[in-house]
Design a protein around this ligand. Structure first.
Ligand SMILES: Nc1ncnc2c1ncn2[C@@H]1O[C@H](COP(=O)(O)OP(=O)(O)OP(=O)(O)O)[C@@H](O)[C@H]1O
Ligand SMILES: [Mg+2]
Length: 408
C-alpha cells in the first residue's frame, strides 16, 4: 500500500525557489498552470511526455504535475520513467474520473504521489503543490543529513582505528622503556645500598647524605617503573595472582606499621577497626592496595588529621573503607580518579615527597588498586561529600577466591 498522506516535518532551512515541471498537451492548460505557480516556483513547461523526458535529462525537479491523457505516452507512464531517475521528485497527476482504474494501479505502485481531478480549483492545486514541495524539501533534507551522518561515521571509525593504533604503540613504548629502565635502576640502587651499608668503607663529611639522597631518588624511580609495569599487566589482563589464605586485619596493620615514621612526621594517625577476617587472595598485591590507600589518605589530608580504616564482613565479602578528613573529591571526578595517570589539581608537584601534603605522585595508585581488586573479583569506588569534606575509598573483596571471568 502506498501512503498518500502528506508527511511534512517542519524544517528550518533557508528555502531557495524550487523548480517544478508541468506537462500537458493542451497549451491553455500549460499557460494556466504556469501563471498559477510562477510567483512561488521556477516553472518549467512541456507540452508532451517526450519533451518532459528531455527536460528530465538535464535536471531534477521538486514536483512534476502532469496530465494523464496525452498522445504517445500517459502521465502515469511518464511518472514511471521519471521515478527511476529521480525517486524523490513528487509526482502529481491531473486526471478525469474516467481514468480512475489506471490511477488506482499507479498509486499502488508508487508512481503517483497525489492526483487532482479535472477541472481543478485553483486553491486545491495550489495547496497540493505546496505540500508536495514541502514534502520534497523535507525528504531531501533528511537524505542530506543521512549522507552527512554516514560521512561523519566513517570519519569517526577512521579516528577510532588510528587511536587504537596509537594506543598500541604507546603501550609498546611503555613496556619497552619500563623493562629497559628497570635493570639499570636496580643496579644503581644495589650499588648505592652497598655504599650505605659501610661494607666498602666509611663515608666522610657530606658523602653519606649525598648517597642517601641518590638512593631515595633511585627508589622512587624503581617504584614508578614497578607501578607502570603493574598497570600494563592489569591492562593486558596479565596480573598473575599468588593466592594464599591470610588475615586481612593483620595485613592492614603490617602496612600501617611501614608508614609509622611518615605518620609521625605528619602527626597523623591511622585508626583501624578492621575485623579479623581470613580471606583468600594475593597477599603482596593486596598489601600494595592498602599502601596506596593509606598513601593517598595521608597525602590528601592535612597534618594532624585522622585516617580511619574500617573493615567488616558483608555477605561473602569483606568491605573495607579507607576514610580520611582531607581535601575531598568533587563529584564529577569520583570515577575519573581511577583512570591511569589521572591527577586532580596541579600535577606540577612531582618532586615533593610522596607523603607530604599534596605530595607528588604519578596518578597510578588508584588504577592499581582497582585493577588488583577486580582481578580478585572485587569492586572499588570513591565517595566524597565534596571539597574539604574528606574522602572514602571503598574496596569490596570476596572472602573466597574464584577465577575472574575471562574477557572475550
Ligand atoms: N583520599 C583522597 N582524597 C582526595 N583526593 C584523592 C584521594 N585519593 C586520590 N585522590 C585524587 O585522585 C588522584 C589519583 O590518585 P592516584 O592514587 O591514582 O594517584 P596519585 O596519588 O596522584 O599518584 P600515585 O598514587 O601514583 O603516587 C590523585 O592525584 C588525587 O587528586
Ligand atoms: Mg596515590
Amino acid at each position: 500500500m502506498t501512503d498518500l498522506s502528506v508527511n511534512t516535518a517542519p524544517v528550518d532551512i533557508p528555502k531557495p525557489m524550487q523548480d517544478i515541471l508541468v506537462v500537458d498537451d493542451e497549451i491553455d492548460n500549460l499557460d494556466l498552470l504556469k501563471r498559477t505557480f510562477r510567483r512561488e516556483y521556477n516553472v518549467f513547461t512541456a507540452n508532451s511526455a517526450a519533451e518532459a523526458l528531455k527536460l528530465l535529462e538535464t535536471k531534477e525537479f521538486a514536483v512534476i504535475v502532469s496530465d494523464q491523457r496525452m498522445p504517445e505516452m500517459t502521465g502515469v507512464e511518464l511518472f514511471q520513467r521519471a521515478r527511476e531517475k529521480y525517486p524523490h521528485t513528487i509526482r502529481i497527476l491531473l486526471t478525469g474520473y474516467t481514468d480512475i482504474n489506471a490511477l488506482v494501479d499507479a498509486i499502488n505502485m508508487g508512481h503517483v504521489y497525489r492526483y487532482v481531478t479535472k477541472p481543478w480549483s485553483r486553491e486545491e492545486i495550489v495547496m497540493t503543490v505546496r505540500r508536495a514541495v514541502e514534502h520534497y524539501e523535507t525528504t531531501k533534507y533528511n537524505f542530506r543529513l543521512l549522507d552527512e551522518l554516514k560521512i561523519k561515521n566513517a570519519e569517526l571509525e577512521r579516528s577510532y582505528e588510528e587511536l587504537k593504533r596509537l594506543d598500541k604503540l604507546k603501550t609498546r613504548f611503555m613496556v619497552i622503556s619500563s623493562h629497559e629502565l628497570r635493570t639499570p635502576a636496580s643496579i644503581i640502587s644495589g650499588n648505592l645500598e652497598l655504599l650505605l651499608s659501610g661494607a666498602i668503607g666509611d663515608m666522610q663529611g657530606d658523602q653519606k647524605e649525598i648517597v642517601e639522597n641518590a638512593y631515595k631518588g633511585t627508589t622512587r624511580l624503581i617504584d614508578l617503573i614497578e607501578d607502570v609495569l603493574a598497570v600494563l599487566r592489569i591492562d593486558a589482563l596479565q596480573l598473575k595472582l599468588d593466592i594464599t589464605e591470610f588475615n586481612i586485619r593483620e595485613l592492614a596493620d603490617e602496612v600501617t606499621a611501614d608508614f609509622k615514621l611518615f605518620l609521625q612526621e605528619r602527626k597523623q594517625i591511622v585508626h583501624s577497626t578492621l575485623q579479623d577476617v581470613r580471606i583468600e587472595g594475593d597477599r603482596n598485591r593486596l598489601a600494595q592496595v592498602f599502601m596506596n590507600l593509606i598513601s593517598n589518605a595521608m597525602k590528601y589530608s592535612k597534618d594532624g588529621q585522622t585516617i580511619e580504616l574500617r573493615g567488616f564482613v558483608e555477605h561473602d565479602n569483606v568491605h573495607i573503607i579507607c576514610k580520611d578528613q582531607g581535601i575531598g573529591i568533587p563529584k564529577e571526578e569520583l570515577e575519573k580518579i581511577f583512570e591511569k595517570f589521572y591527577q586532580l589539581g596541579d600535577a606540577d608537584q612531582h618532586r615533593t615527597s610522596k607523603h607530604k601534603f599534596l605530595g607528588g605522585g604519578s596518578g597510578l595508585g588508584l588504577t592499581i588498586i582497582r585493577g588488583t581488586v577486580e582481578q580478585h573479583n572485587g569492586r572499588t569506588w570513591a565517595e566524597s561529600a565534596g571539597k574539604d569534606q574528606g574522602a572514602q575509598i571503598h574496596v569490596v573483596l570476596p572472602i573466597h577466591h574464584t577465577q575472574p571471568p575471562v574477557e572475550s
